[in-house]
Design a protein around this ligand. Sequence first.
Ligand SMILES: *Cc1c(COP(=O)(O)O)cnc(C)c1O
Length: 444
Amino acid sequence: MSAQQLAIAGGTPVLERGDYQDWPIIGGDDRRLVNEVLDTGILAGGTAPQVTALEREWAQYIGTKHCLTTGSGTAALHMALAAMDVGPGDEVITSAFTFLASASCALHQNAIPVFVDIDPKTYCMDPNRLEEAITERTKVIIPVHIQGCPADMDPILEIARRHNLRVIEDACQAHGAVYKGRKVGSIGEVGCFSLNNFKNLPGGEGGLFNTDDEVLLHKGMLIRCFGDEIDEVSHRRQYNASILGYMYRNQELPAALARAQLLHLDEYNDIRIANADYLSDELSKLPGVIPPYCPPECKHVYFMYNVRFAPQLAGVNAEPRRFRTAVEKALYKEGVLVGQWQTMPVPAQDLFQTKLGYGGTGYPWTINEEKGIKYNYDPAQFPVAQELCDTYTIIHGIHAPNDQQLMRKIVTAFHKVWDDLDTALAHADDPIYPGPDGKLYGAG
Ligand SMILES: *Cc1c(COP(=O)(O)O)cnc(C)c1O
């Protein structure tokens, strides 16, 4: 049987854009709760009804005593570091494969991010590489539950305990994910989530700060609202800032949307999991396609569906980055929405290479560099994250309401490309997308 003509070589694509349905799903609950906001006329406020209800419902859902809504996931992470009294020159450890905010939250507190390479299967922080990153300046570890996969919390917590360090979970990509029977975001001292439009629990924009600790809760509340003391009896602001704070509050409309989405979170996560499992079963039959891994004791919620390509296993003699690019382009031309999210480990980004911090100066790195301590963000220190960035792509559209009908078409497109990898490789340099860096269809 001869291979079908690939779309990249002028053939007919397998999929059309209309095969995909968009995220988030807006339904009756969203309209009902948004209308509730409009009917009350209350749009914002620290004790406003939607914000308060979301805090109660989310804390209950993940199993923490307290939750504070915030303006963003980034704000929640920064609030957590500030509530822990992290300060100038302190070091904060996070994963080398993550979104920038897991690290820039440290800079916002005048602290210095230090990166740990990732586990080659889960793509989360590798606990075996954690201890070598700890110094006497380390204060906090921020594991990230990347793309919906829980980080290996037990060894991370054990190392933190041994070195007297605190742990903040960056759970911005993992709403509803479970590690050994516990929802992520309830395991460290603070768990942070994002309500950004693309995330598994979208509210438009916003964030969630979760903790069991009364001190962190109280400090978080102060920091969220300018550091302003609140009168305990009247609940009024006193316009007397007792500490440095920020304006990190959220508001009623995003809170109402997030509450409506929460009613469907488990159902929508189950659809992601079913789609991901189907894709993994089918794609693992193709030589050189490496589907994502979920540790047996975990529930992965597939914020992103990550596949990697190994040219030698596919029987192709090509450099890994070139092979990935060729396959991405061929799939994209078949109508599959694919493309990289992070294209490099976070420490490889210009911000860390140039260390241009506050006011374009080297601050806060200079705090310690003036004492002879060097911060080396050479990407060669993160070979596993680098190899992942060379070889992975994201298959978009595994979220609800897309179902197996779409997944089957995606698998068909993969088979079509795998039947004619030579043609795909011959078109690896085709200038078919506008992205500056080989990026096809970004995650947002
Ligand atoms: C989205 C995200 C954040 C930041 O959330 P925002 O709400 O966009 O500020 C932080 N960390 C990770 C891993 C994320 O994916």
